[in-house]
Ligand binder design. Sequence first.
Ligand SMILES: Cc1cc2nc3c(=O)[nH]c(=O)nc-3n(C[C@H](O)[C@H](O)[C@H](O)COP(=O)(O)OP(=O)(O)OC[C@H]3O[C@@H](n4cnc5c(N)ncnc54)[C@H](O)[C@@H]3O)c2cc1C
Length: 486
Amino acid sequence: MPLTLPLNHPQLLFPSLTITKRRRLRFNIPQAQASTSKQQLTSLNYKQNDRDRSDRVIVIGAGLAGLAAANRLHSQGIPFLLLEASDAVGGRVRTDSVDGFLLDRGFQIFITAYPEAQKLLDYNALNLQKFYSGARIYYNGEFHTVADPLRHFWDSIKSLPNPIGSVFDKLLIGLTRIRVLSKSDEEIFTSTTEVPVIDLLRNIGFSDSIIDRFFRPFFGGIFFDKDLQTTSRLFDFIFKCLGLGDNTIPAQGIGQLPNQLAAKLPSDSILLNTRVVSVDFDEPNVPIVRLDNGEALKTEMGVVLAVEEPEVEKILAGKISRTPVQRKPARSTVCLYFSGNRDEIPVQDPILFLNGSGKGIVNNMFFATNVAPSYGPPDKALMSVSLIGLFENVTDDDLTIQVIQELSDWFGSSMVNSWKHIRTYRIRFAQPNQSPPTDLIKNPKSELGSVYLCGDYMTSATFDGALVSGRRAIDALLRDRALIGV
Ligand SMILES: Cc1cc2nc3c(=O)[nH]c(=O)nc-3n(C[C@H](O)[C@H](O)[C@H](O)COP(=O)(O)OP(=O)(O)OC[C@H]3O[C@@H](n4cnc5c(N)ncnc54)[C@H](O)[C@@H]3O)c2cc1C
Protein backbone atom coordinates (compact mmCIF):
# COMPACT_ATOMS: atom_id res chain seq x y z
CA MET A 1 0.00 0.00 0.00
CA PRO A 2 1.21 3.47 -0.63
CA LEU A 3 2.71 5.45 2.12
CA THR A 4 1.54 9.00 1.96
CA LEU A 5 4.32 11.34 2.89
CA PRO A 6 3.35 14.69 4.33
CA LEU A 7 5.72 16.63 2.17
CA ASN A 8 3.64 19.10 0.28
CA HIS A 9 0.24 20.47 -0.53
CA PRO A 10 -2.01 21.14 2.42
CA GLN A 11 -4.95 19.80 0.48
CA LEU A 12 -3.33 16.40 0.37
CA LEU A 13 -5.43 13.48 1.54
CA PHE A 14 -8.09 15.43 3.23
CA PRO A 15 -9.11 18.84 2.62
CA SER A 16 33.72 36.08 0.05
CA LEU A 17 34.13 38.23 2.02
CA THR A 18 36.55 40.81 0.59
CA ILE A 19 38.43 43.42 2.50
CA THR A 20 39.44 46.78 1.27
CA LYS A 21 42.71 48.16 2.52
CA ARG A 22 40.64 50.72 4.37
CA ARG A 23 38.95 49.84 7.60
CA ARG A 24 35.85 48.50 5.92
CA LEU A 25 34.85 44.91 5.72
CA ARG A 26 32.94 44.40 2.56
CA PHE A 27 30.75 41.47 1.69
CA ASN A 28 30.51 39.98 -1.71
CA ILE A 29 28.09 37.11 -1.74
CA PRO A 30 30.64 34.34 -2.15
CA GLN A 31 30.09 31.14 -4.12
CA ALA A 32 30.88 29.28 -0.96
CA GLN A 33 32.18 30.92 2.11
CA ALA A 34 35.71 31.89 1.38
CA SER A 35 38.24 31.57 4.09
CA THR A 36 40.04 34.80 4.41
CA SER A 37 43.29 35.62 6.08
CA LYS A 38 42.81 35.98 9.78
CA GLN A 39 45.17 38.91 9.87
CA GLN A 40 42.98 40.86 7.49
CA LEU A 41 39.81 40.36 9.42
CA THR A 42 40.59 40.65 13.10
CA SER A 43 39.14 43.43 15.14
CA LEU A 44 42.56 45.06 14.97
CA ASN A 45 41.42 46.48 11.64
CA TYR A 46 38.76 48.37 13.38
CA LYS A 47 39.62 52.04 13.87
CA GLN A 48 40.06 53.39 17.36
CA ASN A 49 37.32 56.04 17.09
CA ASP A 50 34.88 53.39 15.84
CA ARG A 51 35.87 51.20 18.73
CA ASP A 52 35.16 53.92 21.30
CA ARG A 53 31.59 54.50 20.19
CA SER A 54 29.08 53.43 22.82
CA ASP A 55 25.92 54.46 21.00
CA ARG A 56 25.36 51.20 19.17
CA VAL A 57 24.05 47.77 19.99
CA ILE A 58 26.65 45.03 20.11
CA VAL A 59 25.50 41.72 18.68
CA ILE A 60 27.72 38.74 19.52
CA GLY A 61 27.63 35.83 17.07
CA ALA A 62 26.92 35.96 13.32
CA GLY A 63 24.90 32.78 12.93
CA LEU A 64 21.36 33.05 11.62
CA ALA A 65 20.11 34.45 14.94
CA GLY A 66 22.76 37.18 15.11
CA LEU A 67 22.29 38.04 11.45
CA ALA A 68 18.52 38.27 11.89
CA ALA A 69 19.07 40.52 14.90
CA ALA A 70 21.46 42.70 12.90
CA ASN A 71 19.01 42.91 9.99
CA ARG A 72 16.24 43.96 12.35
CA LEU A 73 18.43 46.68 13.85
CA HIS A 74 19.45 47.82 10.39
CA SER A 75 15.84 48.04 9.24
CA GLN A 76 15.07 50.22 12.26
CA GLY A 77 18.04 52.49 11.59
CA ILE A 78 19.74 51.56 14.87
CA PRO A 79 23.56 51.48 14.74
CA PHE A 80 25.13 48.16 15.68
CA LEU A 81 28.31 46.13 15.56
CA LEU A 82 28.23 42.39 14.92
CA LEU A 83 31.13 40.42 16.42
CA GLU A 84 31.89 36.93 15.16
CA ALA A 85 34.55 34.60 16.54
CA SER A 86 35.14 32.60 13.37
CA ASP A 87 36.39 33.55 9.91
CA ALA A 88 32.98 33.87 8.25
CA VAL A 89 29.34 34.42 9.03
CA GLY A 90 26.81 31.58 9.28
CA GLY A 91 27.63 29.74 12.48
CA ARG A 92 26.40 26.20 12.00
CA VAL A 93 25.17 27.04 8.50
CA ARG A 94 28.25 27.11 6.33
CA THR A 95 29.48 25.63 3.08
CA ASP A 96 33.08 24.83 2.22
CA SER A 97 34.38 24.77 -1.31
CA VAL A 98 36.75 21.82 -1.78
CA ASP A 99 38.17 20.80 -5.16
CA GLY A 100 35.10 22.04 -7.01
CA PHE A 101 32.63 20.45 -4.55
CA LEU A 102 30.34 22.36 -2.23
CA LEU A 103 30.37 20.73 1.18
CA ASP A 104 27.71 21.91 3.58
CA ARG A 105 28.91 21.52 7.13
CA GLY A 106 26.53 18.68 7.83
CA PHE A 107 23.40 17.64 5.98
CA GLN A 108 20.99 20.56 6.06
CA ILE A 109 17.71 21.02 4.24
CA PHE A 110 15.95 24.32 3.80
CA ILE A 111 12.15 24.00 3.97
CA THR A 112 10.63 26.76 1.88
CA ALA A 113 7.61 27.09 4.17
CA TYR A 114 9.61 28.37 7.13
CA PRO A 115 7.57 31.50 7.93
CA GLU A 116 10.32 33.81 9.21
CA ALA A 117 12.66 32.77 6.42
CA GLN A 118 9.99 33.76 3.90
CA LYS A 119 10.07 37.28 5.29
CA LEU A 120 13.85 37.63 5.39
CA LEU A 121 15.28 35.72 2.45
CA ASP A 122 15.11 36.22 -1.31
CA TYR A 123 14.26 32.71 -2.49
CA ASN A 124 14.80 33.49 -6.16
CA ALA A 125 18.32 34.67 -5.53
CA LEU A 126 19.00 31.50 -3.53
CA ASN A 127 18.13 29.47 -6.62
CA LEU A 128 16.64 26.72 -4.46
CA GLN A 129 16.97 23.17 -5.77
CA LYS A 130 14.22 20.77 -4.80
CA PHE A 131 14.37 17.28 -3.41
CA TYR A 132 11.95 14.61 -4.62
CA SER A 133 8.84 14.73 -2.42
CA GLY A 134 9.36 11.42 -0.75
CA ALA A 135 12.21 9.12 0.17
CA ARG A 136 13.76 5.79 -0.70
CA ILE A 137 14.01 3.52 2.28
CA TYR A 138 16.51 0.71 2.64
CA TYR A 139 14.78 -2.14 4.39
CA ASN A 140 15.36 -5.87 4.33
CA GLY A 141 18.02 -5.64 1.63
CA GLU A 142 15.80 -3.67 -0.78
CA PHE A 143 14.75 -0.12 -1.50
CA HIS A 144 11.17 1.01 -1.11
CA THR A 145 10.01 4.35 -2.40
CA VAL A 146 7.59 6.44 -0.43
CA ALA A 147 6.07 9.37 -2.25
CA ASP A 148 3.72 12.27 -1.87
CA PRO A 149 0.74 11.10 -3.99
CA LEU A 150 -0.17 14.61 -5.11
CA ARG A 151 3.26 15.18 -6.59
CA HIS A 152 4.26 11.68 -7.56
CA PHE A 153 0.95 9.92 -7.93
CA TRP A 154 2.16 6.91 -9.92
CA ASP A 155 5.13 6.38 -7.66
CA SER A 156 2.82 6.27 -4.69
CA ILE A 157 0.55 3.78 -6.49
CA LYS A 158 3.54 1.60 -7.37
CA SER A 159 4.62 1.64 -3.76
CA LEU A 160 1.29 0.10 -2.69
CA PRO A 161 2.64 -3.30 -1.70
CA ASN A 162 5.78 -2.08 0.03
CA PRO A 163 6.38 -2.96 3.67
CA ILE A 164 6.79 0.63 4.87
CA GLY A 165 3.57 1.30 6.73
CA SER A 166 -0.01 0.13 6.39
CA VAL A 167 -3.15 1.69 4.94
CA PHE A 168 -4.05 2.69 8.45
CA ASP A 169 -0.65 4.41 8.85
CA LYS A 170 -1.37 6.29 5.66
CA LEU A 171 -4.68 7.45 7.01
CA LEU A 172 -3.02 8.56 10.22
CA ILE A 173 -0.43 10.56 8.33
CA GLY A 174 -3.26 12.38 6.60
CA LEU A 175 -5.02 13.04 9.88
CA THR A 176 -1.79 14.23 11.46
CA ARG A 177 -1.32 16.62 8.60
CA ILE A 178 -4.80 18.04 9.09
CA ARG A 179 -4.18 18.41 12.80
CA VAL A 180 -0.95 20.37 12.42
CA LEU A 181 -2.19 22.49 9.53
CA SER A 182 -5.18 23.57 11.55
CA LYS A 183 -2.94 25.04 14.26
CA SER A 184 -1.06 28.33 14.34
CA ASP A 185 2.68 28.18 15.01
CA GLU A 186 2.09 29.77 18.38
CA GLU A 187 -0.46 27.10 19.29
CA ILE A 188 2.06 24.46 18.28
CA PHE A 189 4.90 25.99 20.29
CA THR A 190 2.79 26.43 23.42
CA SER A 191 0.84 23.19 23.17
CA THR A 192 0.07 21.86 26.64
CA THR A 193 0.10 18.26 25.47
CA GLU A 194 3.85 18.12 25.00
CA VAL A 195 5.38 14.63 24.87
CA PRO A 196 8.42 13.03 23.20
CA VAL A 197 7.88 12.38 19.48
CA ILE A 198 7.97 8.62 20.02
CA ASP A 199 5.06 8.86 22.49
CA LEU A 200 3.15 11.14 20.15
CA LEU A 201 3.50 8.66 17.28
CA ARG A 202 2.43 5.74 19.46
CA ASN A 203 -0.47 7.70 20.95
CA ILE A 204 -1.65 8.55 17.44
CA GLY A 205 -1.61 4.84 16.67
CA PHE A 206 1.19 4.48 14.14
CA SER A 207 2.49 0.95 13.76
CA ASP A 208 5.99 -0.04 14.86
CA SER A 209 6.88 -0.75 11.25
CA ILE A 210 6.26 2.78 10.07
CA ILE A 211 7.85 4.25 13.19
CA ASP A 212 11.03 2.19 12.78
CA ARG A 213 11.29 2.20 9.01
CA PHE A 214 10.25 5.76 8.26
CA PHE A 215 9.78 8.10 11.25
CA ARG A 216 12.91 7.02 13.10
CA PRO A 217 15.38 7.61 10.26
CA PHE A 218 13.50 10.62 8.85
CA PHE A 219 12.71 12.63 11.98
CA GLY A 220 15.63 11.09 13.84
CA GLY A 221 17.78 12.58 11.07
CA ILE A 222 16.13 15.98 11.36
CA PHE A 223 16.50 16.15 15.15
CA PHE A 224 19.72 14.05 15.36
CA ASP A 225 17.77 11.93 17.78
CA LYS A 226 17.21 8.31 16.86
CA ASP A 227 15.26 7.66 20.06
CA LEU A 228 12.72 10.31 19.03
CA GLN A 229 12.84 11.94 22.45
CA THR A 230 12.51 15.43 20.94
CA THR A 231 9.42 17.41 21.83
CA SER A 232 6.19 16.81 19.94
CA ARG A 233 6.00 20.61 19.55
CA LEU A 234 8.99 20.54 17.21
CA PHE A 235 7.60 17.54 15.35
CA ASP A 236 4.33 19.38 14.76
CA PHE A 237 6.11 22.50 13.54
CA ILE A 238 8.33 20.59 11.09
CA PHE A 239 5.44 18.39 9.97
CA LYS A 240 3.41 21.51 9.25
CA CYS A 241 6.24 23.16 7.30
CA LEU A 242 6.83 19.94 5.33
CA GLY A 243 3.15 19.93 4.46
CA LEU A 244 3.29 23.51 3.20
CA GLY A 245 6.64 23.71 1.43
CA ASP A 246 9.45 22.03 -0.48
CA ASN A 247 12.66 20.50 0.81
CA THR A 248 15.49 22.34 -0.90
CA ILE A 249 19.11 23.36 -0.90
CA PRO A 250 20.43 26.61 -2.41
CA ALA A 251 22.33 25.98 -5.63
CA GLN A 252 25.51 27.44 -4.17
CA GLY A 253 25.29 25.75 -0.78
CA ILE A 254 23.39 26.13 2.45
CA GLY A 255 25.84 28.88 3.45
CA GLN A 256 24.03 31.16 1.03
CA LEU A 257 21.30 31.65 3.65
CA PRO A 258 23.55 33.56 6.07
CA ASN A 259 25.55 35.11 3.24
CA GLN A 260 22.42 36.67 1.85
CA LEU A 261 21.51 38.14 5.24
CA ALA A 262 25.06 39.44 5.76
CA ALA A 263 25.08 41.10 2.36
CA LYS A 264 22.16 43.30 3.40
CA LEU A 265 24.13 44.83 6.27
CA PRO A 266 26.45 47.84 6.10
CA SER A 267 29.90 46.78 5.07
CA ASP A 268 31.60 48.01 8.22
CA SER A 269 29.17 46.48 10.70
CA ILE A 270 30.63 42.96 10.97
CA LEU A 271 33.90 42.09 12.64
CA LEU A 272 35.09 38.55 11.98
CA ASN A 273 37.76 36.64 13.92
CA THR A 274 36.63 38.56 16.97
CA ARG A 275 35.96 36.36 19.97
CA VAL A 276 34.13 37.72 22.98
CA VAL A 277 35.28 36.30 26.29
CA SER A 278 32.89 38.04 28.65
CA VAL A 279 30.29 40.72 29.14
CA ASP A 280 30.93 42.76 32.29
CA PHE A 281 29.48 45.80 34.01
CA ASP A 282 31.47 48.63 35.59
CA GLU A 283 28.29 50.68 35.88
CA PRO A 284 24.66 49.51 35.75
CA ASN A 285 23.15 49.00 32.31
CA VAL A 286 26.36 49.82 30.46
CA PRO A 287 27.79 46.47 29.40
CA ILE A 288 31.44 46.12 28.52
CA VAL A 289 32.17 43.48 25.93
CA ARG A 290 35.63 42.03 26.45
CA LEU A 291 37.47 40.44 23.54
CA ASP A 292 40.07 37.69 23.70
CA ASN A 293 42.76 40.14 22.58
CA GLY A 294 42.19 42.14 25.77
CA GLU A 295 40.17 44.92 24.19
CA ALA A 296 36.93 46.17 25.68
CA LEU A 297 33.93 47.67 23.86
CA LYS A 298 31.40 49.65 25.84
CA THR A 299 27.77 50.08 24.85
CA GLU A 300 24.94 52.14 26.24
CA MET A 301 22.51 50.56 23.78
CA GLY A 302 22.68 46.96 24.90
CA VAL A 303 24.23 43.63 24.04
CA VAL A 304 22.56 40.84 22.10
CA LEU A 305 24.11 37.43 22.76
CA ALA A 306 23.53 35.30 19.67
CA VAL A 307 25.91 32.46 20.45
CA GLU A 308 25.33 28.72 20.84
CA GLU A 309 23.64 27.61 24.02
CA PRO A 310 26.77 26.32 25.83
CA GLU A 311 28.68 29.51 25.02
CA VAL A 312 26.17 31.73 26.81
CA GLU A 313 27.14 30.44 30.20
CA LYS A 314 30.83 30.97 29.51
CA ILE A 315 30.37 34.58 28.41
CA LEU A 316 28.03 35.44 31.29
CA ALA A 317 29.82 33.23 33.82
CA GLY A 318 28.67 33.97 37.35
CA LYS A 319 26.47 36.88 36.32
CA ILE A 320 23.13 35.23 35.86
CA SER A 321 21.38 32.95 38.26
CA ARG A 322 18.65 31.92 35.85
CA THR A 323 20.67 30.08 33.25
CA PRO A 324 19.10 29.56 29.86
CA VAL A 325 21.38 26.60 29.35
CA GLN A 326 19.73 23.21 29.50
CA ARG A 327 21.61 20.38 31.13
CA LYS A 328 20.56 17.82 28.57
CA PRO A 329 23.26 16.48 26.22
CA ALA A 330 23.37 18.31 22.91
CA ARG A 331 22.53 16.60 19.63
CA SER A 332 25.51 15.59 17.49
CA THR A 333 26.06 14.31 13.99
CA VAL A 334 28.77 13.19 11.61
CA CYS A 335 28.59 13.89 7.91
CA LEU A 336 30.90 12.17 5.41
CA TYR A 337 31.35 13.29 1.84
CA PHE A 338 32.41 11.10 -1.07
CA SER A 339 32.95 11.78 -4.73
CA GLY A 340 32.52 9.55 -7.74
CA ASN A 341 31.92 9.76 -11.44
CA ARG A 342 28.44 10.97 -12.34
CA ASP A 343 27.90 7.84 -14.38
CA GLU A 344 28.93 5.62 -11.47
CA ILE A 345 26.03 6.26 -9.15
CA PRO A 346 22.91 4.12 -8.86
CA VAL A 347 20.26 6.81 -9.40
CA GLN A 348 19.88 10.22 -10.93
CA ASP A 349 16.88 11.24 -8.80
CA PRO A 350 17.13 14.08 -6.29
CA ILE A 351 15.91 11.74 -3.57
CA LEU A 352 16.80 11.21 0.07
CA PHE A 353 17.80 7.68 1.07
CA LEU A 354 16.87 6.53 4.57
CA ASN A 355 18.13 3.55 6.50
CA GLY A 356 14.97 1.77 7.65
CA SER A 357 16.75 -1.49 8.37
CA GLY A 358 17.41 -0.79 12.04
CA LYS A 359 21.01 -1.91 11.46
CA GLY A 360 24.26 -0.11 10.79
CA ILE A 361 25.45 3.41 11.44
CA VAL A 362 24.28 5.25 8.32
CA ASN A 363 21.05 7.14 9.00
CA ASN A 364 20.52 8.85 5.68
CA MET A 365 22.37 9.77 2.51
CA PHE A 366 21.78 11.51 -0.78
CA PHE A 367 23.49 12.27 -4.04
CA ALA A 368 23.90 16.01 -3.60
CA THR A 369 24.74 16.62 -7.26
CA ASN A 370 21.43 14.97 -8.23
CA VAL A 371 19.61 17.68 -6.27
CA ALA A 372 21.95 20.53 -7.17
CA PRO A 373 24.40 19.76 -10.00
CA SER A 374 26.33 22.86 -8.95
CA TYR A 375 27.48 20.98 -5.83
CA GLY A 376 30.23 19.32 -7.88
CA PRO A 377 32.31 19.57 -11.06
CA PRO A 378 30.32 18.67 -14.21
CA ASP A 379 31.40 15.04 -14.46
CA LYS A 380 31.52 14.30 -10.75
CA ALA A 381 28.92 13.15 -8.24
CA LEU A 382 28.90 14.24 -4.62
CA MET A 383 27.56 11.86 -1.97
CA SER A 384 26.58 13.08 1.48
CA VAL A 385 26.18 10.48 4.24
CA SER A 386 24.87 11.32 7.70
CA LEU A 387 25.24 9.52 11.01
CA ILE A 388 23.51 10.39 14.25
CA GLY A 389 25.81 10.94 17.23
CA LEU A 390 29.49 11.82 17.39
CA PHE A 391 31.23 8.40 17.28
CA GLU A 392 34.01 9.81 19.42
CA ASN A 393 35.73 6.47 19.90
CA VAL A 394 35.94 5.70 16.21
CA THR A 395 38.60 7.24 14.01
CA ASP A 396 37.67 9.01 10.79
CA ASP A 397 39.34 6.24 8.80
CA ASP A 398 37.38 3.51 10.58
CA LEU A 399 34.15 5.44 10.14
CA THR A 400 34.84 5.78 6.44
CA ILE A 401 35.50 2.04 6.12
CA GLN A 402 32.30 1.22 7.99
CA VAL A 403 30.22 3.59 5.89
CA ILE A 404 31.67 2.23 2.64
CA GLN A 405 30.92 -1.32 3.78
CA GLU A 406 27.35 -0.44 4.62
CA LEU A 407 26.72 1.43 1.41
CA SER A 408 28.23 -1.47 -0.51
CA ASP A 409 25.35 -3.57 0.81
CA TRP A 410 22.97 -0.89 -0.38
CA PHE A 411 24.38 -0.17 -3.83
CA GLY A 412 26.91 -2.89 -4.61
CA SER A 413 30.58 -2.97 -3.71
CA SER A 414 32.02 -2.46 -7.20
CA MET A 415 30.28 0.90 -7.45
CA VAL A 416 30.79 2.10 -3.88
CA ASN A 417 34.45 1.05 -3.74
CA SER A 418 35.16 3.46 -6.59
CA TRP A 419 33.94 6.41 -4.50
CA LYS A 420 36.57 8.62 -2.96
CA HIS A 421 36.31 10.02 0.54
CA ILE A 422 36.53 13.81 0.52
CA ARG A 423 35.96 15.00 4.06
CA THR A 424 34.30 14.12 7.36
CA TYR A 425 32.55 16.69 9.53
CA ARG A 426 31.96 15.86 13.18
CA ILE A 427 29.53 18.31 14.70
CA ARG A 428 29.36 18.02 18.45
CA PHE A 429 26.83 20.77 18.98
CA ALA A 430 24.47 20.37 16.07
CA GLN A 431 21.32 21.27 17.94
CA PRO A 432 20.32 21.90 21.51
CA ASN A 433 18.48 19.02 23.10
CA GLN A 434 14.81 19.91 22.84
CA SER A 435 13.20 17.01 24.63
CA PRO A 436 10.29 17.83 26.97
CA PRO A 437 9.80 19.89 28.95
CA THR A 438 10.63 22.75 26.58
CA ASP A 439 9.98 26.45 26.41
CA LEU A 440 10.14 27.39 22.74
CA ILE A 441 9.15 31.01 23.34
CA LYS A 442 11.75 32.02 25.91
CA ASN A 443 11.92 35.60 27.10
CA PRO A 444 14.90 37.20 25.32
CA LYS A 445 15.54 39.60 28.21
CA SER A 446 18.21 38.28 30.51
CA GLU A 447 18.17 39.31 34.13
CA LEU A 448 21.13 41.58 33.29
CA GLY A 449 18.94 44.46 32.12
CA SER A 450 20.69 45.39 28.91
CA VAL A 451 21.77 41.92 27.76
CA TYR A 452 19.37 40.11 25.44
CA LEU A 453 19.53 36.48 24.36
CA CYS A 454 18.80 34.86 21.03
CA GLY A 455 19.69 31.64 19.26
CA ASP A 456 17.92 28.44 18.33
CA TYR A 457 17.83 27.26 21.97
CA MET A 458 15.49 30.18 22.73
CA THR A 459 12.90 29.01 20.20
CA SER A 460 12.89 25.98 17.91
CA ALA A 461 16.19 24.39 16.94
CA THR A 462 15.72 25.21 13.27
CA PHE A 463 16.87 27.84 10.79
CA ASP A 464 13.53 29.49 11.30
CA GLY A 465 13.70 29.37 15.09
CA ALA A 466 17.12 31.04 15.02
CA LEU A 467 15.80 33.81 12.74
CA VAL A 468 12.73 34.37 14.91
CA SER A 469 14.84 34.55 18.06
CA GLY A 470 17.02 37.29 16.57
CA ARG A 471 14.02 39.43 15.72
CA ARG A 472 12.47 38.89 19.14
CA ALA A 473 15.63 39.88 20.98
CA ILE A 474 15.83 43.16 19.08
CA ASP A 475 12.15 43.90 19.55
CA ALA A 476 12.59 43.44 23.30
CA LEU A 477 15.61 45.74 23.26
CA LEU A 478 13.84 48.41 21.23
CA ARG A 479 10.75 48.19 23.42
CA ASP A 480 12.88 48.72 26.52
CA ARG A 481 14.37 51.80 24.96
CA ALA A 482 10.98 52.95 23.72
CA LEU A 483 12.40 53.07 20.21
CA ILE A 484 9.49 51.28 18.63
CA GLY A 485 5.99 50.48 19.66
CA VAL A 486 6.21 46.72 19.29
C1 LIG B 1 24.55 19.52 10.70
C2 LIG B 1 23.36 20.38 10.98
C3 LIG B 1 22.23 20.19 10.25
C4 LIG B 1 21.11 20.98 10.47
N1 LIG B 1 20.03 20.83 9.68
C5 LIG B 1 19.01 21.68 9.79
C6 LIG B 1 17.94 21.62 8.87
O1 LIG B 1 17.94 20.80 7.95
N2 LIG B 1 16.92 22.49 9.02
C7 LIG B 1 16.90 23.41 10.03
O2 LIG B 1 15.95 24.18 10.12
N3 LIG B 1 17.91 23.49 10.93
C8 LIG B 1 18.97 22.65 10.83
N4 LIG B 1 19.99 22.74 11.71
C9 LIG B 1 19.90 23.64 12.85
C10 LIG B 1 20.27 25.08 12.48
O3 LIG B 1 21.44 25.07 11.71
C11 LIG B 1 20.49 25.87 13.76
O4 LIG B 1 19.34 25.76 14.56
C12 LIG B 1 20.75 27.35 13.51
O5 LIG B 1 21.61 27.55 12.44
C13 LIG B 1 21.30 27.97 14.77
O6 LIG B 1 21.64 29.33 14.51
P1 LIG B 1 22.16 30.26 15.71
O7 LIG B 1 22.41 31.57 15.14
O8 LIG B 1 21.22 30.13 16.85
O9 LIG B 1 23.51 29.58 16.23
P2 LIG B 1 24.90 29.38 15.49
O10 LIG B 1 24.70 29.08 14.06
O11 LIG B 1 25.63 28.36 16.29
O12 LIG B 1 25.63 30.78 15.60
C14 LIG B 1 26.34 31.19 16.74
C15 LIG B 1 27.49 32.05 16.28
O13 LIG B 1 28.12 32.62 17.42
C16 LIG B 1 29.51 32.59 17.22
N5 LIG B 1 30.16 32.64 18.52
C17 LIG B 1 30.15 31.68 19.48
N6 LIG B 1 30.84 32.08 20.55
C18 LIG B 1 31.30 33.33 20.27
C19 LIG B 1 32.08 34.28 21.00
N7 LIG B 1 32.54 33.99 22.22
N8 LIG B 1 32.37 35.46 20.42
C20 LIG B 1 31.90 35.75 19.17
N9 LIG B 1 31.16 34.89 18.45
C21 LIG B 1 30.86 33.69 18.98
C22 LIG B 1 29.73 31.28 16.50
O14 LIG B 1 30.98 31.25 15.84
C23 LIG B 1 28.56 31.26 15.55
O15 LIG B 1 28.85 31.89 14.34
C24 LIG B 1 21.13 21.95 11.51
C25 LIG B 1 22.28 22.13 12.26
C26 LIG B 1 23.39 21.37 12.00
C27 LIG B 1 24.64 21.59 12.80
